[in-house]
Design a protein. Structure first.
Length: 126
């Protein structure tokens, strides 16, 4: 994702437009695209603020959060289960399809890591 312009620059562009100058004039004056100046003016008219909107996905649960207790129980019962096997089991039990990489990230967030012992056999540990 792109980085938003600084609040100072955004305020100066908004003030330039509010003083009666055109949006395209503001874009030329401050060296930003005309689209930036137009969208900024629309944002100021809509919200009253030139502050940038929050970027990215909102923090939250995701589709695996309601199933984490089941996933943790399965991993505790069978620590060497693979992510594709866990994905298939989750799909069969709940109908939720999750990519193995998503399951791995969810388990890492839950505190699990994949460790191999001296014999080279992998085990999930918390």
């Amino acid at each position: 994702m792109g980085k938003s312009y600084s609040t100072d620059l955004r305020d100066r562009i908004a003030d330039h437009i509010a003083s009666g100058q055109s949006r395209r004039s503001a874009s030329r004056h401050f060296g930003v695209s005309p689209s930036c100046a137009v969208k900024l003016a629309q944002r100021v008219a809509r919200t009253g603020s030139a502050a940038p909107a929050r970027q990215g996905r909102p923090p939250g649960e995701g589709k695996l959060a309601p199933h984490m207790t089941v996933l943790v129980r399965w991993v505790d019962a069978e620590p060497d289960i693979t992510m594709p096997e866990l994905s298939a089991r989750l799909a069969a039990a709940t109908g939720v399809r999750a990519h193995p990489a998503s399951l791995s990230r969810a388990l890492l967030k839950a505190g699990y890591s994949f460790k191999k012992n001296a014999a080279g056999i992998g085990m999930r540990t918390r």
